[in-house]
Ligand binder design. Sequence first.
Ligand SMILES: NC(=O)c1ccc[n+]([C@@H]2O[C@H](COP(=O)([O-])OP(=O)(O)OC[C@H]3O[C@@H](n4cnc5c(N)ncnc54)[C@H](OP(=O)(O)O)[C@@H]3O)[C@@H](O)[C@H]2O)c1
Length: 268
Amino acid sequence: MSAAAAQHRSAASSSLSAQRRQGGVILLGGTSAIGLAIVRALVSREGGRVALVGRQRQPLAAAAQSLQGNPAVEVEIFPGLEGRATGSHRELIEGAAAALGGVATIVLSVGVLGAGGDPLADVAGALDLMAVNAMGCASLALESARYLRGQGHGALIVISSLAAVRPRRANFVYGASKAALDALAQGLADELHGSGVRVLAVRPGFVRSPMTAGMAEAPLACDPEDVARAVLHGLSSGAQTVWAPRKLALLALAMRLLPRPLWRRLRR
Ligand SMILES: NC(=O)c1ccc[n+]([C@@H]2O[C@H](COP(=O)([O-])OP(=O)(O)OC[C@H]3O[C@@H](n4cnc5c(N)ncnc54)[C@H](OP(=O)(O)O)[C@@H]3O)[C@@H](O)[C@H]2O)c1
């Protein structure tokens, strides 16, 4: 490793350590494979307190178990999170934060991919996807940001998607929902600049996780651990947007530049 790389790594690790001393980690979407990989990476060196907030007790308990190999990690679970039930989000976040005694990082990793059928044949299904990915996640992001601003410090990590960059014909409702969340995260990052609170929008491409199980892999497919590495790098470098894997930024540029008649022909 070069001297510059070693210096960067040590600065990164001390800024992450400082962050950890300020409180625990809340994962909204407590069973998410990507979210759990990020949490694991955040607490891997020095341990810490973790609150897994999700829908059902049993899968959350299994997720908690998967983090407990590290004796320096304490995990508590908070069932009862429903993305669509926006009225309950504040209380859940505040309850988890109180149990942790302060929050260093909130990871928002709730989301559904949708069946990918014809949204005009199933408008209700399309709106339900928007209710979870756009409205529900907007509520969770805003309530998280509100909490962190009140506390005066912390980081909010919002899992957006490459799909936010340009909606694909094959799954444009999902793309639209992620574009809404991504724009909200970018706006929050500017709004909170200088407040002591950081917001990081994470744009993964195809990630091998339960969400994509059984699907044909897209170019630059990666694992949840690759997303976690990119997030850690983003946190230490002061980035506002993180691509996972990082070379996805180039693919996103090509996606943006592709003429519309060609883009329209892409089926997957
Ligand atoms: N996998 C990919 O290729 C990929 C790429 C880009 C972005 N993303 C985004 O990354 C995030 C995490 O996805 P993942 O790959 O880790 O998939 P995952 O393991 O299936 O995680 C999805 C999470 O969302 C939760 N969830 C779904 N519907 C919910 C609802 N109505 N209310 C509350 N929670 C709900 C799930 O909870 P349950 O366990 O209760 O179902 C689970 O915790 C999502 O926002 C996804 O859009 C994924």
